[in-house]
Design a protein around this ligand. Structure first.
Ligand SMILES: Cc1cc2nc3c(=O)[nH]c(=O)nc-3n(C[C@H](O)[C@H](O)[C@H](O)COP(=O)(O)O)c2cc1C
Length: 179
């Protein structure tokens, strides 16, 4: 069974998550390609799809949006999962007591529910290095109010990512993990 993991990443955090999901699926005997959405072109010839993007201002990156919208019919016809990388820090609830991961869902999760009928959508914590930020992001990232809510560091939760990949493999009927 062939699975495409397609991702859009600006500074590399989401790429790391996509590669880790790919490794997890491979360990379960699935044939996996991990490609940037930009390079993935027309998505055909796969039996399942995992598509992920970093979230910026509550939206997926354009490459990921274009990939999903261009391939909507194919994704809707095959088992598809979506993930987003974003929230920084380790808090599970915000000051108002709302779930941080739920609050970080990109607008596209709602929009794509009817478009591609994903089997699952998942937000993962991201990573952020202030000195790496380029272009217009830099202006936003240096605003004092924004700096306060964007702690620096790598907050990616590899156990949660591995568990999610494993659940996808289960749903695809993959074999047990190789030792
Ligand atoms: C300017 C800017 C805006 C951001 N906006 C959001 C956001 O709206 N929601 C969110 O969860 N994370 C947001 N983040 C955090 C990033 O999504 C996070 O750092 C992500 O892991 C980066 O992934 P990448 O390295 O693959 O681009 C923002 C980061 C920056 C620099």
């Amino acid at each position: 069974m062939k699975v495409l993991v397609a991702y859009a990443s600006k500074y590399g955090a989401t790429e790391g998550i996509a590669r880790r999901i790919g490794e997890g699926l491979r360990k379960r005997g699935l044939e996996v390609a991990v490609l940037r959405c930009k390079e993935a072109g027309e998505a055909s010839g796969f039996d399942a799809y995992v598509v992920g993007s970093a979230a910026y201002a509550f939206n997926w990156r354009k490459d990921a949006r274009k990939f999903v919208e261009r391939n909507a019919d194919e994704l809707a016809a095959k088992p598809t999962w979506l993930f987003s990388s974003g929230p920084l820090g380790t808090e599970t609830v915000d000051d108002e007591g709302n779930d941080v991961l739920k609050g970080a869902e990109p607008k596209q999760f709602g929009e794509y529910r009817d478009l591609v009928h994903p089997r699952g959508t998942q937000v993962f914590r991201g990573a952020y290095d202030h000195d790496k930020i380029r272009g217009p992001d830099r202006i936003v990232a240096w605003m004092p109010a924004i700096r306060d809510v964007m702690p620096e560091g790598d907050f990616r939760e590899w156990d949660a990512i591995d568990a999610w990949a494993s659940a996808i493999a289960d749903e695809l009927g993959a074999s047990a993990a190789r030792p």
